[in-house]
Every structure is written in C-alpha cells, then in structure tokens.
Ligand binder design. Structure first.
Ligand code: PLP
Length: 376
C-alpha cells in the first residue's frame, strides 16, 4: 500500500475532472466559425465563467495557459515588457517559475530588488515597494513551507507607487478563498493539478489594464495575451475540479490541519533534534516541512519510499542533484540543516492511515539516514 504525502507537488485528479475531461475530449477548435467550433466555444465560455465566478474575477480576465509555470512567466515577463520602467521587485522565496524569469530579466538589464524575509519565510520589510517598478511579485503561499504571505499589504503598498503586482497563488487556489478583485492584484497565477484538475492546465487572471505583453506570438486567442488553440477538455476539467475544491475547502482545511498537527506532534515525539520549517499560524493546512539535521534529504526520501511513503525534499532538483533549498537559505537556515529537509504535504486523499504509516517508520528511518549521513 502506498501513502502519498506529496500533494503540494501534484494531487490526484478528481473524478469530476476526469468525467468533464472525457466528456469533452472530442471537441474541436473553439475558434472555429462553424457548428463544432461554436459547440467547443460554449464549453470553453462556460468553464471561463465558472472559474471567474469562483475566483472573484470577470470572465474576460481569465487567461488559460498550459501550466502554472507558464502563467507565472507570462505575468512577470509580460508586465515587465508592458512597462517603461526597468525595475522588478520580488521575494527570494518565490517558486522558480517566478524567480527564474525575474533573474532572466536581471540578466538583460533590469534592476532587481528582493524583499527581505524573516525566519518564518514571510516578507519582513516592504520599503522596496515604495519606489515604482514595472512589476512586483509576491507568492501567496510558499510551496515548501506553506507559509502565507501578507499579499494584501504588498498590493496596497505597491499600488501607492503605481506598481502592478503579480501574485503566484498556485498553492492557494482551491485551498483557500481567493477573491481577485478584492485582493486588487494585477495578475494571479493558478495551476489545475494542485487542486485535483488535470496537469498542464494553468490559469492567469489578468486585469484589463495594465495587461501583460504577450510572450508567445501567434493568433489572437486569450485577448492576444496567450495565443494558441486551447484544449477545451482541460478547461472544462479545470472548472469542474475548482468547483468541487472550493465547495469542500472549509471542511478540508479543518480536517487536514488536524492530520498535520498529529503528524507534527508524532514526529517530534519520535525523533530528537527536528527543525520545523512550516509556521504554526498563517500557513496552509496540509504542509509540514521539517529538517532532520545529520541526515540527507535524498536518503530520507529513498528510505521512506522503500517503506511505501511518498514525500519529497520540497526543493527543486536540478539534474538529479539535490540542492540546498533557496527558500530555507533565505529564511536563515544553515546549509547543513537544509540538507536534511523533508516536505510532507497532505491533501484530499490523505487519511489517518497515512499519518500512522509515517509515524510507524520515521524514528528508524531518520536513525538510518543519520548513520548514512555520518558515514558519507
Ligand atoms: N508556483 C508554485 C508556488 C508552485 O508550487 C508550482 C508547482 O510546483 C508552480 C508555480 C508551477 O506550476 P506548474 O507545475 O503548473 O507549472
């Protein structure tokens, strides 16, 4: 029996999403000016309207993309190109889908300022937002620790300087209430596979103005901001998954927080010298990111996998080499401790059994990984 505790990476597709996808898999080009085109267009329009209503946006503000990564790249690069200003503000704890395009702009001459973060991973000083910039980026919740950022404060502060704000809400949409208009951000990215929709289904909410300049050039789809023929089945499945996720959200948050608390307490009981990186408040309910100093994250993941438990180190891997997490380093965690990081993330399919399975093996697993760590 496998125990999947990596929901922040991806979550199994909901049955409603599978059903919607299968129902519409045979649809043709929603841009076609004939019967089958109009039929596809109706399904796409319905999906767009439903997603807009669930996220507090207007239908015209919903741009379908092929991933959260694409939505983030489009927002960062597109808002930068749409502005005459040569300055970008970000945080050092963004997902690579934001941080890498920010760095790429820096390499082509943009001046980049990163807001400092505290030991809890939250932005601690917003004064860099007082000087106008082409775009300011702040994720809503961190994918490694689950820490929520004060995005409303970031938006207000940036708005005072006339700076558009991009919010990476990939970990939040479908898990917490999102009202795009109330938040006041210029763009907001989401990804369907994080809330039980299909993989390669991204969303960018983009206000009418300032709108990101297109990064891809082609036909005029999606207000010309994101050209390319859309997959109507993915759009319909994304809307179906979001509808169900939003309906369950409040109850799921309580259920997952209780499981997460038991997992955390159980680990702390069974293992000495554990560093917990996820904050206890203002955090996504399903995230528990911890370090076991003296052990290598990769060994821990392998040993857990052999015991049927699927978790991750939480940080992006480059060509199979596990690098120290840039998120933990920015939080001031020392490099040796970052190496022993494991991220457990709970979601819709998680049960008490999954928590019990981790607690049954965690003591021995960490002991073995620590022995191997010392030998290495
Ligand atoms: N942003 C955050 C915060 C994420 O957690 C992820 C996925 O891990 C992404 C962006 C990228 O989303 P996608 O996998 O849809 O490209």
């Amino acid at each position: 029996m496998r125990h999947f505790l990596d929901h922040a990476a991806t979550s199994p597709m909901r049955q409603v999403a599978v059903d919607a996808w299968v129902e519409h898999a045979g649809m043709l080009n929603p841009g076609g000016q004939y019967g089958s085109g109009r039929a596809a267009r109706r399904v796409l329009d319905d999906a767009r309207e439903e997603i807009a209503a669930l996220l507090g946006a207007d239908p015209v503000e919903v741009i379908f993309t092929a991933s959260g990564t694409e939505a983030d790249n489009l927002a960062v690069t597109g808002l930068y190109r749409a502005s005459p200003l040569g300055r970008v503000v970000s945080t050092p704890v963004e997902h690579p889908a934001v941080l890498e395009p920010v760095k790429a702009l820096g390499r082509t001459g943009a001046s980049v300022d990163l807001l400092p973060v505290g030991a809890d991973g939250r932005v601690s000083d917003l004064s860099a937002l007082d000087e106008p910039a082409a775009v300011a980026c702040c994720m809503w919740a961190n994918n490694e620790t689950g820490a929520l950022q004060p995005v409303d404060l970031v938006v207000t502060r940036a708005a005072a300087a006339g700076t558009p704000v991009h919010v990476d809400a990939v970990q939040v949409v479908g898990h917490r209430a999102v009202d795009f208009h109330a938040l006041g951000a210029t763009t907001l990215a989401a990804s369907a596979h994080k809330f039980g929709g299909p993989r390669s289904g991204g969303l960018l909410l983009a206000r009418r103005s300032p709108a990101p300049a297109p990064v891809l050039h082609g036909g005029g789809q999606e207000r010309g901001i994101r050209p390319g023929t859309l997959d109507v089945a993915t759009a319909a499945a994304t809307a179906a998954a979001l509808r169900e996720a939003v309906a369950e959200m409040a109850a799921e948050e309580q259920r997952l927080a209780a499981l997460r608390d038991r997992l955390r307490a159980g680990i702390l009981d069974r293992v000495d010298d554990v560093v917990v990186h996820s904050p206890e408040t203002d955090v996504l309910a399903g995230h528990l990111h911890v370090s076991f100093p003296g052990a290598e994250g990769d060994s821990l993941i392998m040993l857990l996998d052999a015991a049927g438990i699927e978790a991750s180190t939480g940080s992006a891997c480059a060509s199979g080499v596990n690098r120290a997490s840039h998120v933990l380093l920015a939080m001031g965690v020392d490099e040796a401790t970052t190496r022993g990081a494991v991220r457990f993330t709970l979601g819709r399919t998680s049960t008490e059994d999954d928590v019990d399975a981790v607690l049954a093996v965690i003591g021995e697993t960490v002991a073995r990984a620590r022995l191997a760590g010392m030998a290495g």
